[in-house]
Write a protein that binds this ligand. Structure first.
Ligand code: ADP
Ligand code: MG
Length: 366
């Protein structure tokens, strides 16, 4: 009996010692560390206190993670709590947090289950990525604006044709004595077309607000992108041909971001074909996966170029940014998809995007 007690006592001191040295390690760590129990902060290391602008440990102990994590990310937080309760790994995350001084910061990190002061807790280790995030957003924005700028030439071309038609009909109407309903119908549809193109350009040049994923049919989106790019293609003697194997393919995504993906791919395809030619867009659904390929007849890529693809600023173009593919890749990955490339020099390149298919929502089928 006595022996057993001694042993227990020994194990306990041993554990305490381990916890002590563990805590010392956390105190000196440059990364922010928070330990929580049922969503309440039990401990924050000095770097963590600095991150959230707390003067002392007392100021944060007992604070709820719901108050720390910005409301916009509460869904992510709840999902992670659920994973913890279901005994699944919690893993890595990006959050926006509200500091005690009201400031919003972006953090990236991961969480693990631990036992702390004999309680089942979660330890989160975070890095402040606000500056990095700012830079990323800035780059995204500058690439978007340059896309919009480059699109402008094509769009001007695209708008000129309907404008010419409208002027023609107006002249006819003024000179002819009888009213013609059909003229108005054509003018209206041409004006709608101009409106659509201008709206698209505005949407694309707007900064991205938040990522709101919605069920959508990807095929009309592809059609819209093709319409948008047709003008520029025509200027370069390029024809964009599409073939969809299905009447509709449902995926979950953010329309503007996905548009950006296909605009980037089409832009690259067109830039690879200075002599003109055909770009083929195929879409099909197989094994719960949507597969959309953009195939060009351009210059192709070397093995080294394929390797370098996706590294920021890799470009072979005089006025290239080398950001288009990186953005495309990021968006596809955020959508749970993949992108692959096949290329043969002087023959052409095919980029294939795959995205998880969802079942068609009931309400949308009406
Ligand atoms: P940028 O178009 O500004 O150069 P991207 O990130 O869009 O930047 O593309 C990076 C590089 O990848 C391009 O400079 C080009 O060398 C190569 N590339 C991308 N798409 C194609 C394509 N369809 N055909 C040939 N090369 C391509
Ligand atoms: Mg590009």
């Amino acid at each position: 009996m006595m022996q057993m007690e001694t042993r227990l006592h020994y194990t306990e001191t041993h554990l305490h010692e381990r916890e002590d040295s563990f805590m010392q390690l956390l105190d000196g760590l440059p990364l922010s560390v928070l330990i929580t129990n049922h969503g309440q902060i039990q401990y924050a290391n000095p770097a963590g206190l600095r991150l959230i602008h707390a003067d002392s440990l007392e100021a944060v102990i007992g604070m709820s993670t719901d108050d720390l994590v910005d409301a916009a990310d509460h869904e992510i937080l709840a999902e992670r709590k659920q994973r913890h309760y279901n005994n699944r790994p919690i893993g890595s995350v990006r959050y926006r947090i509200r500091c005690l001084n009201g400031q919003l910061r972006h953090v990236e990190g991961f969480s693990l289950k631990i036992t702390y002061q004999k309680k089942r807790c979660v330890i989160g280790i975070f890095k402040d990525i606000s500056d990095q995030k700012l830079e990323e957003d800035r780059l995204m924005q500058s690439e978007k604006l340059s896309t919009a700028g480059q699109l402008a030439a094509g769009i001007a071309h695209e708008i000129r044709n309907p404008l010419t038609a409208i002027f023609g009909f107006l002249k006819l109407l003024r000179t002819s004595s009888h009213y013609n309903d059909q003229y108005f119908a054509i003018m209206e549809s041409e004006l709608k077309r101009i409106e659509f193109i201008v709206n698209e350009l505005l949407v694309l040049s707007k900064p991205q607000v938040s990522h709101a994923s919605k069920p959508m049919d990807i095929l009309p989106l592809l059609d819209q992108v093709i319409t948008l790019m047709n003008g520029q293609a025509a200027l370069k003697n390029i024809e964009i041909v599409s073939a969809f194997s299905e009447p509709s393919i449902w995926i979950a995504g953010e329309a503007n971001q996905l548009k950006q993906v296909f605009i980037n791919l089409l832009k690259n395809a067109m830039e690879a074909m200075p002599e003109g030619g055909i770009i083929r867009i195929h879409a099909l659904a197989r094994n719960n996966e949507a597969s959309i390929s953009v195939q060009d007849e351009g210059c192709g890529m070397t093995a080294e170029q394929i390797q370098a693809l996706g590294k920021p600023f890799f470009t072979t173009k005089e006025s290239g940014t080398g950001l288009g593919f990186m953005i495309t890749h990021n968006i596809i990955h955020n959508h749970g998809g993949n992108i692959s490339v096949q290329s043969a020099l002087q023959e052409g390149t095919t980029f294939t995007v795959t995205l998880p298919v969802i079942s068609e929502p009931e309400a949308a089928s009406s």
